[in-house]
Design a protein around this ligand. Structure first.
Ligand SMILES: Cc1cc2nc3c(=O)[nH]c(=O)nc-3n(C[C@H](O)[C@H](O)[C@H](O)COP(=O)(O)O)c2cc1C
Length: 187
């Protein structure tokens, strides 16, 4: 099978759910953010990245998201909301929320492309990462307006995606099997 560094990074990236407490270096953060900004986008970069590294705010987002999940219709999510040991940010020291300007459609895709670019960039420089929808639930809570203000989120932008970053406190060496029979070829 043809391979190179990029293809290796794509295959080796895994969702990391255990992190060291140590904060990532600013240079590493910048490299990841820059990769996000280079993603394809339909809205002419109508996205905004919010980087959160303050512990109290990470804790608040975890708390608000869990409070929201406690009454969720999906049973598994309700269980997570009620699990006092569950931390949906897995102790990662950095959270990036990717928001999109609401009037541009379909900004969810732009935000997803930026998020995936950042995950791959993180893997390429040895950082752990995980795409997490969980924090987005915090923006669907009665305290959402205050939270947006605290995060200086620009008006008119909605949070669509988020990812956590940090140094891995776990090594996942097994490359998971992916289904390869999901492709139809018309040649
Ligand atoms: C849109 C999206 C939302 C996700 N949200 C969460 C989440 O809230 N919490 C979590 O632990 N993982 C989340 N994940 C990670 C997936 O569980 C993970 O990518 C999947 O199990 C495949 O594993 P891998 O990333 O190690 O290849 C999310 C992934 C995507 C694409």
């Amino acid at each position: 099978m043809l391979t190179n560094e990029t293809l290796k990074v794509i295959k080796e990236r895994r969702s990391i759910r255990s992190y060291k407490k140590e904060q990532i270096k600013d240079g590493e953060l910048q490299a990841v953010l820059e990769a996000g900004l280079y993603a394809p986008n339909a809205g002419g970069q109508a996205w905004h990245f919010t980087v959160i590294q303050r512990k109290e705010i990470l804790e608040k987002i975890n708390y608000l998201a869990k409070e929201n999940l406690k009454s969720h219709v999906v049973e598994d999510l309700k269980v997570l909301g009620n699990d006092e040991n569950y931390n949906g940010l897995y102790g990662a020291p950095t959270l990036i929320i990717v928001s999109g300007k609401k009037e541009f459609v379909p900004l969810e895709f732009d935000c997803a492309a930026a998020t995936q670019n950042m995950l791959l960039a993180a893997e390429s420089i040895g950082l752990g990462s995980c795409w997490v929808y969980f924090p987005i639930f915090a923006f669907d809570s009665p305290q959402a307006a205050d939270l947006r203000k605290e995060l200086k989120m620009p008006d008119g932008y909605s949070p669509y995606c988020s990812l956590i970053l940090g140094y891995k406190d776990i090594s996942i060496s097994d490359m998971i099997e992916r289904k390869m029979n999901l492709v139809t070829f018309i040649k």
